[in-house]
Design a protein around this ligand. Structure first.
Ligand SMILES: Nc1ncnc2c1ncn2[C@@H]1O[C@H](COP(=O)(O)OP(=O)(O)OP(=O)(O)O)[C@@H](O)[C@H]1O
Ligand SMILES: [Mg+2]
Length: 256
């Protein structure tokens, strides 16, 4: 069964894309892994160095590189030609700048994203990581409906933890409606200094403390920036790469 890992928080700039990218790279070392870029900013697509336009054409004469998540959501038959290989080990269905408008017009009750994920399972994918924009859409609900482990990255700030609580409430509602259980965890990111650790202690001793993952991604701007420019974290040792490896081992222990 494919394991689905949505990386979500309504708060912007909390390392969703960084987390999705590094986890996908780690999982792809021993499992067939795909990332779906569900963010209209297409940050992950850009970071994965997938060219948005190139001259490959499919049997219909349509430029393969132009097939994006929107084509897949409109017609699951397009999925195969939308899957892109990346140099980082994982495959990718690229984002699309038209996603914001598309989300608004997508019909309620439509299950296109769930169908895309099911089709990917049929192609042998074992891990599917979803990178989201910092907002909710009907695709957030659909992703939760298919989720195995929802990762909610956030800094040690009340605003980030509030974003986590909102996602958790949505997740609980979906679990009730679908009678299907999945895991949800708050991933503390960009942690540095005593005050961050104290705030985290408060989160951990709150009623939802058990859902704060027992690890942190430390602040490591220099190495993260380098990785964004194309020097993958997993290929070296630094605070951020050690922390993402720890997250990967933790997820494996939890059955992912
Ligand atoms: N561990 C870290 N330490 C320091 N800086 C980090 C860390 N992780 C990510 N960043 C920086 O934080 C910024 C936001 O990261 P990222 O793009 O992954 O966040 P995001 O949640 O995907 O943003 P958005 O909401 O726009 O999609 C980037 O400039 C990135 O370099
Ligand atoms: Mg992002």
């Amino acid at each position: 069964m494919i394991k689905v890992l949505p990386v979500i928080n309504i708060k912007g700039g909390v390392a969703k894309t960084t987390t999705a990218f590094n986890l996908a790279m780690l999982f792809s070392q021993d499992r067939k892994t795909i990332v779906i870029d569900l963010d209209g900013q297409c940050d992950l697509t850009r970071r994965a160095k997938v060219k948005y336009k190139n001259d490959l054409v499919d049997e219909d004469g349509v430029a393969v590189a132009k097939k994006t998540i929107i084509d897949c959501l409109k017609n699951p038959k397009k999925i195969k030609s939308a899957i892109r290989k990346t140099r980082y080990g994982f495959d990718l269905i690229s984002g699309d700048e038209g996603l914001y408008g598309f989300e608004k017009t997508a019909q309620e009750g439509n299950t296109a994203l769930a169908e895309v994920i099911k089709t990917l399972e049929g192609y042998g994918y074992e891990i599917c990581v979803l990178d989201f924009s910092p907002s909710y859409s009907k695709f957030t609900i659909e992703a939760l409906t298919s989720a195995t482990f929802v990762i909610v990255p956030g800094e040690a700030s009340d605003k980030s933890f509030k974003g986590f609580k909102r996602i958790l409430n949505m997740a609980i509602e979906i679990m009730k409606n679908t009678k299907r259980q999945f895991l949800v965890g708050f991933l503390p990111v960009k942690i540095s200094g005593k005050s961050d650790l104290e705030t985290l202690e408060e989160f951990r001793s709150s009623p939802l403390g058990g859902l704060v993952l027992p690890l942190v991604i430390r602040d490591d701007k220099t190495n993260i920036r380098r990785s964004e420019k194309g020097r993958p974290l997993v290929k070296r040792s630094c605070k951020a790469s050690d922390d993402y490896r720890e997250l990967y081992s933790y997820l494996k222990k939890r059955g992912i």
